[in-house]
Design a protein. Sequence first.
Length: 431
Amino acid sequence: MTKIAHRAISVLLIALLIVAGLTVYVMRWLDRGREWAGAFSTVNSMSTGSLTDRDGRLLASYDSAGVHYNSDYETRLACYHITGDFWNRSGTGALSTFWNTLQGYSWVTGTARGRTADLALTVDSELCKLAYESLGGRKGAVLLSNYKTGEILALVSTPAVDPADADAVPQEGAYINRCLSATFTPGSVFKLLTAAAAIESVPGMDTRSFLCEGKYVIAGVEIKCTGTHYEQNFEEALANSCNSAFAQIAVKVGQNSMAEHARAYGFLDTHSLDGIPTAAGRYPTEFVGDPELAWSGIGQSTDLVNPYQMLRFVSAIANNGFLVEPHLLETRVDGSGTQLMLASTAQRLASMMSYNVFSHYGRQNFPALNIAAKTGTAELGDGTTHAWFVGFLADESHPYAFVVLVERGGGGLVNAGPIANTILQAAVRDA
Ligand SMILES: [Zn+2]
């Protein structure tokens, strides 16, 4: 009996070892299978692949001799968060996301098929480089897209990494894609959402007036304004970016409706940019009371916005409320999307954003551009502010939407505005 019992235990142990070994193998295969296949294909099967921008400029490629990137240092940095690298360090780059397509890797057969795969992206690497230079070493995010086709023309996040330098010690946070993977306090650019919610849920917004005496006191809590704007209508309130007015407007809209609109406009959810997941934003959905609701309506409180969400939002405003879902792959230009808001809401907001520039931001700061925009200077509680400038060109031939964020960059108009102007001028000139 003892002998049989010992044998049974031995067999059981062997079986367990086999199961454990198989489990480890399968898990590693799922995790690293494409790397194994990649190593095989680049070394043995002579597969080649390339990633290019919209004009055929090289972003990255690989062949039997190894991996290659664009020869220009600044272009490599500017495009890092689009391209990624062959080590999958950034997580959001095209090399990681579209690796299976580039490689021909299959989960079933494992190895690549030994073919040439060339993938063209919608981005313009020259515009990316310009945006990178305009950020001038500051941390930030720049997004530019065509709101009629959904093509992303520029997607730049700084600081960045040189993918060609495998031993580089990057700046802290350089692997974070600030356009897609991070969220920021929105400040006054969030007033666009509050305005849209008000247009859709508060009757007669255009006949109402809002008093600003330099502050607004609600339930004993004082909300300071950046100026004293006295009696003003809805349009003036947005152009003044009046905190007193928008605190009142958010309370009129009500927290439930504010949260519903934030969700409907895509600010609470993650999105997929051709398979690259983007960060979800935040708006208070648990009951907070009027003072906090007022703060949330002016983009403070616990509000957090991801720059890509803001790009979707302003793209819809520019395009009569219809959002053509943005994308990075040239092959995905199909114009599909969703009606994010009523066409009448979008048209009203668009006209208010044009008025912002005309009456307050200075048309001379954006020569020859028919620009509609909103500034944001988001307070962070430590005395610093994020500089935002978001909007679009009301121009059939140049239908561009943009989001510029300079992290802890000071005032929105002065610091983010010129970056928007620089890349829009170049995009219009080169179109
Ligand atoms: Zn005011």
